[in-house]
Design a protein around this ligand. Structure first.
Ligand code: GLU
Ligand code: ZN
Length: 484
């Protein structure tokens, strides 16, 4: 291990979202590429918004993606604990030190006073922000406020100079001193804020590179001030580009597209999600768009991250998922489909050997066209339906016309004594009976058979499906359509 130490430090509020997961991925890849350390830290100091459920979802998401962390919850490490709610004494000490050294001060302004300040600034066309009212209170003034029973927050005194850093993604950045007013680090109720806990832990945990979303760029000067006040070496910063959604608007947490769980639930593969998220701001080189986590780690450098906004393209994400599905071997794909088939009530909790064999045989039939594992049920349900098999009413009405019935009747007759009930002979027999015998075009000829056998107009390859169902079941399905 070398000195590269990166961190992923989400707040456990709500569902994991796409932008957040991309941040985790890029930090992980940078750590693995450099042989550094990937720290996972939970920023849960906002008891009103944080939840245990959301914490668990974050842990599950990293595990699901195979983004292993070297230090963090459930793993431990030299700077444990890694949940900020368990580290409050660290922040209390840091705030006390800043107060002691005059680098922070107590601010007694009421919300109404602050609001009035902001209104006034807006009227005068100045940027609204704290104007330093309590910066230099005398001990008499402080005593008077205390006697009044006013509560106070802790504010950091911003050094009076401009803020500069060389961003690993965005290059040189300069922010003028007057853009960054004194800011609050501890609430009146004593709760430490992100502005305190984040840089304090980054210092304590020896973080060398801060890689995070561009939405946090504006907090960098405040963090630089904290490093200055606390006399700590400054890490390198890299701000990852915004992720845009539909209509070229920033993907927001509230966008359904941004909820990471939906991809898990719809049967996107972890490999595919990692692959696609990697493309949001990075490329492995050339026009290669299909690669594994291992390949990403081998090639990933923050310096190659593109500063311009990345677009989340669901179609492309889904296409990459399809590519990954095709890259799996049959057994692997079959076993990944099982939970989805169970979820849809197509397979029982205990899959029998027979069902498993049928699934294995059917998997190659759907592998070519499947885009998400969530489609397993829709594609394969007819094979496992048994007595509960039904034909889609709408498709039946369209396809099982009078001629459709005639086709099905002829098909049943042609198949009933077929010596070898296998895909190839089935196809031949049906061709002879329907296309040659009845003079119907293949498309029209096989449609009614397909609906009778699979229940739908769109299905896995028909003749192979019939072979898997076997003669008895196939004939029974054909005949039961005729009986309706
Ligand atoms: N807890 C912060 C967030 O979730 C972390 C930001 C950072 O990476 O500095 O936005
Ligand atoms: Zn004040």
């Amino acid at each position: 291990m070398n000195d590269v130490r990166v961190r992923f430090c989400p707040s456990p509020t709500g569902n994991p979202h796409v932008g957040m997961v991309r941040t985790a991925l890029f930090n992980w890849a940078y750590a693995r590429h450099t042989g550094g350390t990937f720290v996972f830290r939970i920023e849960d100091t906002d008891s009103a918004r944080d939840s245990e459920e959301s914490y668990q979802a974050l842990v599950d998401t990293l595990r699901w993606l195979h983004l292993d962390w070297d230090e963090g919850p459930e793993v431990g490490g030299p700077y444990a604990p890694y949940r900020q709610s368990q580290r409050l004494d660290v922040y209390t000490r840091a705030a006390a030190r800043l107060l002691d050294e005059g680098k922070a001060y107590r601010c007694y302004c009421t919300p109404e006073e602050l609001e009035a300040q902001r209104d006034q600034a807006r009227k005068e066309n100045r940027a609204p922000g704290y104007e330093g009212t309590c910066r230099n209170l005398t001990s008499e003034q402080i005593a008077a406020y205390e006697a009044e029973g006013r509560s106070s927050v802790v504010r950091v005194r911003m050094p009076d100079h401009e803020w500069q850093w060389n961003d690993l993604v965005r290059g040189d950045i300069t922010i003028a001193a007057d853009q960054v007013p004194d800011f609050v680090i501890v609430r009146a109720n004593g709760e430490p804020l992100y502005t305190l806990v984040n840089p304090v832990d980054d210092i304590e945990m020896r973080i060398s590179h801060v890689l995070r979303g561009e939405d946090l760029l504006s907090s960098t000067p405040r963090q630089l001030a904290m490093y200055e006040h606390l006399g700590a070496p400054v890490p390198q910063f890299g701000h990852l580009p915004y992720v845009m959604g539909e209509g070229n608007k920033k993907l927001s947490k509230r966008d359904p597209q941004s909820n990471f769980n939906t991809y898990v639930e719809q049967g996107y593969l972890p490999e595919a999600m990692a692959n696609y998220l990697a493309l949001l701001g990075w490329s492995i080189g050339g026009d290669q768009e299909f690669f594994s986590l291992t390949e990403m780690a081998e090639h990933f450098d923050v310096k190659d991250v593109n500063a311009s906004p990345a677009r989340f393209d669901l179609k492309k994400c889904t296409a990459i998922n399809g590519d990954w599905i095709r890259a799996l071997d049959v057994e692997d794909l079959a076993s990944r489909m099982i939970p989805f088939l169970q979820r849809d009530g197509i397979l029982p909790a205990e899959v029998s050997e027979e069902q498993h064999a049928l699934l294995l045989a059917a998997t190659p039939l759907v592998q070519e066209r499947m885009e998400t594992l969530g489609q397993s049920g829709g594609m394969l349900g007819f094979l496992f339906a048994g007595e509960e098999f039904t034909v889609d009413a709408e498709d039946a009405e369209k396809i099982l016309t009078e001629q459709g019935h005639e086709v099905v009747r002829t098909a049943a007759e042609a198949l009933q004594d077929l010596p070898d009930f296998a895909a190839e002979p089935i196809q031949q027999a049906l061709r002879e009976a329907l296309v040659d015998g009845m003079g119907i075009k293949p498309k029209l000829a096989f449609g009614p058979v397909r609906v009778a056998i699979t229940g739908r107009r769109v299905s896995p390859p028909l003749f192979e499906s019939m072979e898997l169902l076997g003669r008895d079941e196939s004939l029974q399905r054909l005949r039961s359509v005729l009986a309706d």
